[in-house]
Write a protein of this length. Structure first.
Length: 744
């Protein structure tokens, strides 16, 4: 069925365009998914190019077909979650179309890099304009399956706008459906055979944001584990950073290049094996510059650039670029990494007071009109982001745009001094969109020298750069590195983290990453909250891959956009509040229930001892009840409560005794102190089978005996033990007792 229209281009209708477009699941059977795409009534808006009126689809869609010199038409994409195995096929159904006559459509200029001005690239009407056929011809398609950590998915793309350049007819399919079938008895592409999973809030939230039919659910707690890979010379420098991550409840493992190997292939192989054995792993922190810990190269681009990549280390399954892990880097020498650690610990544990984190900076070029993501020029893209942030509660949006655009943007182009003043006053977020090179950006001529003169102690923005080569750190010091290395009078300044491309940056695609990050920051979906810097950035990247249907350019951006900083750091977007907590000051028994009272619902409660996580919980209705396991150490318990946009609570509980209270008088151990022999008496109670272990103060098992009969006094030789303090553990099916013993 079709309807034919002759469009009269009347200016009064220009503002009446409805850009509503809806994509939804109408069947969620995993092996037979049906996705529907509905497009609203089409009203023409045109723009004049060289005296000819052409359709302007920018209010219809933010993404367009990008085949160079072929018609540029709206396209819509969304991902679906597939069964882990099986061959995927699809079929398309439509309910007809509306047809419009006398339509002119401009060609795409292709996917451009940011070393050019799109307006300087001429429109070329290529061979497609000589074909008497509707372009792009296909109404919908399903991309190759990809593996995304615990899931397998595919991008579904609709092409409801079809254009015949010879007859100048435009067809708009208002209701398209695609049926995605998976035959699990036939081997398919990118099957997920590793089904070991560990739920965590970071990736479960990513799944929910990505898939129309996500079957994953947010767990109550557990952000995910952290693996730190470092040259051995940095290990002592990292200790305070590692201690804090463990204290806040992130299981953290440090390995050196002596363990992993020194080549990218060896390091990635180690990560793959570690992930297989530790499915709770989410974050990988690389430590050192390229010459200390190598970046991976995917090869040479057409512009003769190396495709330097750190995200390579987190892409572990399938031949796609969807990550299984979130990767960041502390890039620098030992002294510079210490600056990064000091800044990270301050940002997370003791943030500076005030509202600096509710201020944002947008720096952008005057270019890209009609070509950028959403058809926006760079400055308009950033202004729209600023509007969204303002509506969320940001107090100030600094605008630094080439040219004069009103609003908060001063007349003429900005200077480096103007930008530095805004950073020094304090900001929580800085977006750059424009031209750049390794050591600087064009708007404001802002360079490493400008960064190195910053004095913004205690007030650190998260910097996202959409510019060429700001992350090219191999063989040089990039702008993004400068932001993380700088300090003033011995105190860190600069950025909490910065993200930049290691090659010439694409024009439109990464703008989608900035848009998606903004939506996550303002929590436009209350059920999809991401708070870590890495969670924000990588989710934005995944949104870009999806929106651009995994195009080669979007994949290249994913490969080469480098994250400098700690991806597990929690982003600050609101004025900091204090977590108040109450609990006992001492605990005398193990296995007891510990009650933590707090004013902050949703706070993660972490109990640690001797740099080990003992228990994790969450404040619900003002309280968390935590069962303390059997302890083998008399050292204090650390009680730490954390939540985004708060200052953590950090307290301690003294351990007065070890053991379970009901068993306090069950055992007698003598002599204590002992020398060569220890006698264990049950005071006449028959215990026919027990496990006995002796721990040193570091938790190492020094003696272990199984199936011990304690029906009568039992003698335990301690000849193998050196002088010092130990802990004797006695366990049966129903009894657990730990006793401190001194050996002389």
């Amino acid at each position: 069925m079709k309807k034919i229209y002759l469009l009269l281009i009347i200016s009064s209708f220009f503002g009446l365009l409805s850009n509503a477009q809806e994509m939804k699941m109408i069947s969620t059977v995993s092996t037979n998914l049906v996705v529907e795409n509905k497009v609203s009534n089409y009203t023409s808006i045109t723009k004049n190019v060289d005296g000819v009126s052409y359709e302007d689809f920018n209010s219809v869609s933010k993404i367009f077909t990008m085949e160079k010199d072929a018609p540029s038409l709206p396209t819509f994409s969304k991902s679906v979650q597939l069964p882990n195995v099986g061959k995927v096929s699809y079929s398309i159904v439509n309910d007809g179309f509306d047809e419009y006559d006398n339509i002119n459509v401009l060609p795409s200029k292709g996917s451009l890099k940011r070393n050019v001005n799109p307006s300087a690239i001429p429109y070329v009407f290529g061979p497609a304009y000589n074909d008497n056929a509707f372009y792009p011809g296909k109404l919908a398609e399903v991309g190759n399956p990809f593996i995304f950590r615990d899931t397998r998915g595919a991008v579904v793309t609709f092409y409801p706008y079809q254009y015949n350049p010879v007859t100048k007819k435009l067809r708009v399919y208002k209701n398209l459906r695609i049926e995605v079938n998976t035959n699990t008895s036939v081997v398919g592409l990118n099957e997920k055979t590793n089904t070991t999973t560990a739920t965590n809030t970071v990736f479960n939230s990513l799944y929910k944001n990505l898939y129309l039919n996500s079957t994953q659910y947010n767990p109550v707690q557990e952000e995910g584990d952290l693996l730190v890979i470092t040259p051995s010379s940095y290990a002592s420098t990292l200790q305070s950073y590692v201690n804090w991550k463990i204290e806040k409840g992130i299981k953290t493992t440090v390995v050196t290049l002596d363990q992993t190997g020194t080549t990218p292939a060896a390091i990635k192989s180690f990560i793959q094996d570690f992930y297989a054995n530790n499915p709770g792993l989410v974050y990988v922190q690389l430590v050192g510059d390229h010459e200390n810990l190598p970046c991976h190269s995917y090869g040479i681009t057409g512009a003769q650039e190396q495709l330097w990549s750190d995200s390579f280390y987190g892409q572990l399954e399938g031949d796609d670029y969807f990550p299984e892990l979130i990767v960041g880097r502390f890039s620098g020498n030992v002294v510079e990494v210490q600056t990064m650690i000091t800044r990270t610990l301050e940002y997370e544990t003791n943030p500076f007071t005030g509202d600096w984190m509710t201020k944002a900076i947008g720096i952008g070029s005057n270019e890209g009109d009609g070509y950028g993501d959403d058809g926006e020029p760079d400055w308009q893209h950033l202004r729209n982001i600023g509007t969204v942030l303002t509506n969320y509660g940001y107090s100030t949006i600094h605008e630094f745009y080439d040219g004069s655009h009103g609003g908060n943007d001063a007349d003429n182009s900005p200077s480096a001094a103007m930008i530095s003043t805004a950073i020094n006053q304090g900001a929580g977020l800085l977006n750059y969109t424009g031209h750049g090179w390794t050591e600087g950006v064009s708007t404001g001529d802002y360079t490493n020298s400008s960064v190195n003169a910053l004095t913004n102690t205690n007030k650190y923005p998260f910097v996202i750069s959409v510019a060429c080569n700001n992350g090219t750190f191999v063989g040089s010091t990039s702008l993004c590195e400068a932001f993380t290395r700088v300090k003033y009078l011995g105190t860190p300044t600069g950025a909490i983290a910065s993200c930049g491309s290691s090659i010439l940056m694409a024009w439109a695609e990464p703008m989608q990453t900035q848009d998606e990050m903004t939506e996550l920051i303002v929590r436009s979906d209350s059920q999809n909250i991401k708070t870590s810097l890495g969670g924000l950035f990588y989710n934005g990247q995944i949104s870009m891959l999806e929106a651009y249907n995994q195009s080669p350019t979007s994949q290249e951006v994913m490969q080469t956009w480098v994250f400098f900083g700690d991806p597990s750091t929690i982003f600050r977007s609101k004025v900091t509040t204090n977590i108040i907590a109450n609990h006992v000051e001492t605990i005398s028994v193990s296995g007891a229930n510990l009650e933590i009272l707090s004013n902050t619902n949703g706070a993660l409660v972490s109990i640690t001892q001797d740099n080990e996580i003992i228990a994790l919980s969450e404040i619900v209705d003002g309280v968390a009840n935590i069962e303390i396991p059997v302890l083998t150490s008399m050292n204090n318990l650390k009680v730490t409560l954390t939540k985004d946009n708060t200052k953590p609570y950090r307290g301690e509980i003294a351990v007065e005794a070890l053991g379970v209270s009901s068993n306090e008088n069950l055992f007698s151990v003598y002599p204590n102190p002992a020398s060569s022999m220890l006698t264990i008496s049950t005071r006449g109670i028959a215990i026919s089978e027990a496990t006995i272990q002796m721990y040193d103060i570091n938790g190492r098992i020094m003696i272990a005996e199984q199936n011990v009969n304690l029906s009568s006094d039992y003698s335990l030789s301690t000849d193998s033990l050196s002088t010092g303090l130990y802990f004797l553990s006695i366990n049966t099916d129903s009894i657990s007792k730990v006793i401190k013993v001194e050996i002389r």
